[in-house]
Design a protein. Structure first.
Length: 728
């Protein structure tokens, strides 16, 4: 009786598969019963109705019922071929003998992939008893070097894999990110154990060797540092390991490079480091034999543009001194780097006088260089390179995961330059300053958003955030400014001894205009205006700015620009209000010739000092007790008030000069209007404040002045304290 299973080759394959497939579990010695398998095949064929044919039978009797049995006796035959591990640069056939930290190499075992086992039992059906078994990767290791094994995905990204569980899938190695040294990669292989199970083997010590190296700058600029003149910073670069796996030294000539700003001079308003010498007055004789009083330095105050220094023929007195004494590298012209390598550093060649490149004289693996700051607004980057005989052209980088600027993401996870100062948003301003003023500054170097005191709500003072940060010299001392505080600048051209002139006979002060009359809290810098709480009102020396002569109906007037040494992030020229004693009989008392923001004319104030004294003496002669210094402070405050209230006209219908009382009613340039505003304010149009002349021609003052002089601008609404501005 036949089983109803159709006979075809598929059924026969199933039967034979059942016969010949056995477990792949590894055994030290396997005994294959070939005859039994064949008998089973015949039996299965019989069970499914496979009819006997007359085909010839195997030539070994007695058949049927069974063919003779063969007992395999498997031996090691040949040992498992030891791996030969070779690293290649990915996608190339170039052997990788030196890998940079975190660099990736492809892995290959170039030894034979076959393990040959041999059956020594006579009559083995395998040729000469030899059978091929395949090698199996069991474990990868870099022996504690800290690297990773893995493979690359379809986008070429490294995918870490377990070096044991995924040993067969591993195709690449990524070096440690922070542990340079000599690395030996070990590959352990075994056979599949189909026949004889050999002992696992590993590659010899002479294969799988690679030097993992790094060239780095130790760290970024200290986060708490901001540029200061003549400050020095130190930076170190290292190459590791010192010797590679072949015993070759990895020392090389290390070169440091500076790429920095080149602002003119070292701050906003001083020509050069030797300005005290340059500004001196000397007497020179011209071609006609006439003696003239001139500055000692012919370029003053524009020494920063002394192009002759580069040809060895400087015009600036300070630059002549530097050149004669081998110090030309300390020049701060507009062509000079604001960050330089001092040229006298031991062990370095420095490109004097530019001093932006420093190279070690000998091959080294460690180098430390100093950088000097020559500008209060300096910014730039430091890099290090090496033309290495083994590693090629290499550039140093910061340690793994350390970066100091927002552009570092382009080269993550490494940063290849050091920002000076620490400036993450790359705007040229140290983050430590931004952290102090971040709410106001908000990362915009051109921001001019000063809002204190409020005034009429117009923000700013004309200085950009970068210029407030770079700062200027105020009466011989460098100052940085607060971007929240509106800054106003004043120069006193009257801070000179009284002349031998009858007008100044018995003048009670050492100077024609004492500085106290400008800076005292009884005058201008009071409540609600620049100088409130002692902040934002700055008296400068006359040489701490650049003179710009401007035509005015009253003649040429000397405007003084305080941020003339500008370059990066400049908004506009900022003028100091210049207070000048009159040298003739004009004006009758005092006048201001322009606004502080210089739209049409410079903010120059001229005062006829004897007239002020005469006015004080008159009122004191009829019983008042005015102090001359306070009176001067009131007059100066009134004229300074014009410079910041120039845009205010309290009574546009009336123009000055239309009638005999128009000065009391026109309200131009912030003047108070009679009958509308408080008299007790610096901006009362007559001195002393409160006085009203004889308007009804009865021979008497219509209003007498206050017994006490004012000390502030008015705060009524609208009042002077909330009407002024420093920007147009």
């Amino acid at each position: 009786m036949r089983i109803g299973l159709p006979l075809n080759f598929s059924n026969l394959d199933i039967a034979l598969s059942v016969c010949y497939h056995e477990s792949t579990q590894k055994r030290k010695r396997r005994e294959h019963q070939c005859g039994e398998r064949l008998s089973l095949s015949v039996t299965l064929c019989w069970l499914i109705g496979f009819e006997r044919t007359n085909a010839s039978q195997p030539p070994y009797p007695p058949y049927p019922p069974y063919p003779p049995q063969h007992q395999h006796n498997w031996t090691e035959g040949a040992p498992i071929p030891k791996p030969i591990v070779v690293l290649f640069y990915p996608g190339t056939s170039y052997t990788a003998t030196h890998l940079r930290c975190y660099e990736i190499a492809s892995l290959a075992d170039v030894a034979s992939a076959t393990d040959w086992d041999q059956c020594v039992a006579p009559g083995c059906p395998f040729p000469n008893g030899w059978a091929a078994d395949r090698k199996v990767k069991v474990r990868w290791s870099d022996n504690g070097a800290g690297g990773q094994f893995g493979t690359l995905d379809s986008n070429g990204n490294f995918v870490p894999l377990d070096p044991v569980l995924n040993a067969e899938q591993i195709t690449h190695y990524r070096a440690s990110w922070d542990r340079p040294g000599i690395v030996h990669i070990t590959l352990e292989v075994d056979d599949a154990g189909l026949y004889y199970d050999d002992e696992p083997v590993v590659n010899d010590p002479d294969s799988g060797n690679v030097t993992v190296w790094e060239f780095w700058i130790t760290n970024h600029t200290p986060k708490g540092w901001r540029p200061q003149l003549s400050d020095t910073l130190s930076f170190s670069a290292h190459i590791r390991p010192i010797v590679d796996h072949n015993g070759n030294s990895l020392a090389g000539h290390i070169t440091f490079h500076l790429n920095a700003s080149s602002e003119p001079s070292f701050c906003l308003n001083i020509c050069c480091l030797g300005y005290e010498e340059c500004q001196k007055w000397v007497v020179r004789t011209d071609e006609q034999g006439q003696e003239r009083l001139e500055r000692k330095c012919e370029l003053f105050p524009y020494c920063a543009w002394d192009i002759g220094l580069f040809w060895g023929m400087p015009e600036c007195e300070w630059h002549k001194f530097l050149l004669e004494n081998g110090l030309a590298w300390m020049a701060t012209t507009v062509w000079d780097s604001d960050l330089k390598f001092p040229p006298d550093q031991a062990g370095f060649w420095v490109d004097y006088p530019y001093c932006t490149q420093a190279t070690t004289l000998q091959p080294v693996t460690d180098a430390t260089v100093e950088v000097m700051c020559l500008d209060y607004g300096a910014f730039g980057t430091l890099t290090a390179t090496c033309s290495h005989p083994i590693l090629g052209e290499i550039q140093a980088r910061l340690p793994f995961g350390v970066w100091d600027d927002a552009s570092s993401w382009l080269s993550l996870p490494f940063d290849y330059d050091v920002g000076i100062p620490y400036d993450y948003d790359l705007d040229g301003i140290a983050d430590v300053w931004q952290d102090r003023h971040g709410e106001q500054y908000a990362g915009d170097v051109l921001a001019d958003a000063d809002d204190t005191p409020v005034g009429d709500g117009t923000e700013g003072d004309g200085l950009s955030a970068y210029e407030e940060y770079r700062g200027m010299v105020v009466r011989g001392v460098w100052k940085e400014f607060d971007p929240k505080i509106k800054d106003m600048f004043v120069m006193n051209f009257g801070a000179v001894p009284p002349p031998n002139d009858p007008k100044y006979l018995n003048w009670p002060f050492d100077f024609i205009i004492p500085n106290e009359a400008i800076t005292s809290d009884i005058g201008f810098p009071g409540t609600g205006v620049p100088g409130e709480n002692g902040k934002g009102f700055w008296l400068l020396n006359a040489n701490e700015g650049s003179t710009r002569l401007m035509r005015h109906p009253q003649g040429w007037i000397p405007g003084k620009i305080v941020n003339f040494l500008c370059g990066y992030a400049h908004l506009r020229d900022v003028y100091a209000a210049v207070i000048v004693p009159s040298e003739d009989d004009r004006p009758e008392f005092a006048w201001a010739l322009g606004p502080i923001w210089n739209v049409f004319s410079a903010p120059v104030i001229e005062i006829l000092l004897p007239a002020v004294r005469d006015e004080v003496n008159y009122w004191n002669g009829i019983g008042y007790q005015y102090d001359l210094l306070h009176a001067l402070a009131c007059v100066i405050a009134h004229e300074l008030g014009h410079t910041i209230l120039w845009h205010i006209d309290h009574n546009e219908q009336v123009q000055d000069g239309e009638d005999e009382i128009s000065i009391l009613t026109n309200g131009d340039k912030g003047h108070h209007v009679y009958g509308q505003h408080r008299m007790r304010c610096f901006m009362w149009p007559y001195f002393p404040p409160g006085v009203v002349p004889d308007l009804d021609n009865d021979g008497a003052w219509d209003s007498l002045p206050f017994p006490n002089l004012p000390t502030d601008f008015c705060d009524s609404d609208p009042g002077c304290q909330n009407l002024w501005r420093l920007n147009p």
